[in-house]
Write a protein of this length. Structure first.
Length: 259
């Protein structure tokens, strides 16, 4: 084996990937511990040294992967994701860049690229973005139409919620999340007893129907992504069966006596 092949086998080894996942989790716990002034006063120096050491391991890992895969490393978007996170962590955390110190927590997101199942979920969600954008447009239209109706109907009786179009948009968006929509509806219904029809129809359309549409699009994208991932495996299995069949046919020909 060449040096490149040995390094590739090293970085692709399951134990090495498990060790990187463990370091990411330890680093995440350390970053959380640094938010406690008491822990920071007692163990700040040790935490800083351990953080620097773990960052050095991440840098070394990237260097080894670049050496192992060369240009192929840069063809994988997940490698660019890892590279960006490590570069952000290497930026100075003092002076005008002090605010970037908070971005160190992004290192935890490396779990998305290290764990295959998480990569599968993120890839599926990215594939679902076009469909989700269409649903978001539909929800926006529903929100705007409902805001115009609510402002026209309730602006004089509940101006704190529906006094103008912008206030109505915010109130209806709040109701869409399920936050205090019952209290808002009761305030309006004290003056408009039949207002429950508007609010019930709006909640059903904006929350239940729209949410189910988002879930349906996401699930469909995840299933499609899973089918694409399984296609190469099925192709390799078919090729293996064809090779085995060809070998059996060759043996039968050799065993068959010629007349």
């Amino acid at each position: 084996m060449t040096a490149q092949e040995r390094v590739r086998a090293f970085v692709d080894a399951p134990w090495f990937q498990t060790a990187i996942i463990g370091l990411i989790l330890v680093n995440a716990a350390m970053l959380g511990a640094e938010t406690s002034p008491r822990i920071l006063d007692s163990y700040g120096g040790a935490l800083h040294r351990a953080d620097t050491l773990i960052l050095g391991v991440f840098v070394l890992e990237l260097v080894l992967r670049v050496f192992a895969y060369r240009l192929a490393f840069f063809r994988d978007p997940w490698n660019w994701f890892d590279l960006a996170i490590v570069v952000i962590a290497l930026l100075p955390a003092s002076g005008p860049f002090a605010v970037l110190r908070v971005l160190r927590v992004l290192r935890v997101l490396r779990l998305l690229s290290v764990i295959p199942t998480l990569r599968h979920v993120v890839s599926g969600l990215l594939r679902a973005l076009p469909g989700m954008a269409s649903i978001a447009l539909l929800v926006s239209l529903l929100l705007y139409v409902s805001a115009v109706m609510a402002t026209t109907l309730f602006q004089h009786t509940a101006p704190e919620y529906f006094g103008d179009l912008l206030t109505s948009l915010f109130t209806l968006f709040q109701m869409m999340t399920g936050d205090s929509w019952g209290a808002i509806a009761k305030t309006v219904m004290a003056h408009h007893p039949m207002a429950w029809l508007f609010f019930v129809c709006y909640i059903l359309a904006s929350t239940f129907i729209a949410l189910n549409l988002f879930i349906a699009v996401a699930v469909e994208a995840l299933e499609d992504d899973g089918d694409e991932r399984e296609a190469p495996d099925r192709h390799d299995a078919i090729l293996a069966e064809l090779r085995a069949l060809r070998a059996e046919v060759g043996e039968l020909r050799r065993d068959t006596p010629t007349p």
